[in-house]
Design a binder for this molecule. Structure first.
Ligand code: URA
Length: 212
């Protein structure tokens, strides 16, 4: 798995305010949205394109356009939803699928509770959105799910990642031969005994949507 840690002062600035426990939900949502758009710019560096002939007011020329099939953006419910708008702002023609996964707070294992995705993803480039790469269980399961349905290039976008989670995902998916990339805003110190990223930002779902 290729890991790209976005290194940009604007990203570090927004992450600092996102981490702050004094930041309220509306501000947290706005910052997460802005951060994703910056990360999406990195994540789509290798989005597939094809030539497109056009005529400017001055002369004919050849540019590029996104290839078909269009990329598929897959937010992992629920916290991944907070990243969707920021991602499709840069990729408005992308299709969107949903995967509902959550971790069992006792075992820290990921379970799937909802799935709204095309059955066949052959040849699709997919972007998986999940703000926190903690133990890696959910993300590895989501990526494997897409790969088993034929996706042949998968990029995960996370706001924060734990080193343990990155290692776990890379190890868990070592048998996959397709390109897998992780684009993340920062790699934090570690996971604590409750599976939270340290220093992290707390529970991303709760901070986005409240404790429900
Ligand atoms: N999920 C979160 O929302 N926060 C963490 O720190 C770890 C997993």
């Amino acid at each position: 798995m290729r890991v790209l840690v976005a290194n940009h002062p604007l990203i570090a600035h927004k992450l600092t305010y996102l981490r702050d426990k004094e930041t309220d939900s509306p501000t947290f949502r706005r910052l997460a949205d802005e951060l994703v758009t910056l990360l999406a710019y990195e994540a789509t560096r290798e989005v597939r394109v094809e030539p497109k002939d056009i005529v400017t007011p001055v002369a004919p020329t050849t540019g590029i356009k996104l290839s078909n099939p269009k990329p598929l953006v897959v937010p992992v419910l629920r916290a991944g939803l907070g990243m969707l708008d920021g991602m499709v702002r840069l990729l408005p023609s992308a299709e969107v699928g949903f995967l509902g996964m959550q971790r069992d707070e006792e075992t820290l294992q990921a379970i799937t509770y909802a799935n709204r995705l095309p059955d066949v993803l052959t040849g699709r480039q997919c972007y998986v959105l999940d703000p926190m790469l903690a133990t890696g269980g959910t993300l590895a399961m989501a990526i494997r799910y897409l790969a088993e349905r034929g996706a042949d290039d998968i990029t995960a976008v996370t706001l924060l990642s734990a080193p343990e989670g990155i290692d776990a995902v890379a190890e868990e998916l070592a048998d996959l031969t397709i390109p897998i990339t992780l684009v993340t805003g920062a790699v934090d110190e570690r996971l604590n005994e409750h599976g939270y990223i340290v220093p992290g930002l707390g529970d991303a779902g709760d901070r986005l949507y409240g404790v429900v």
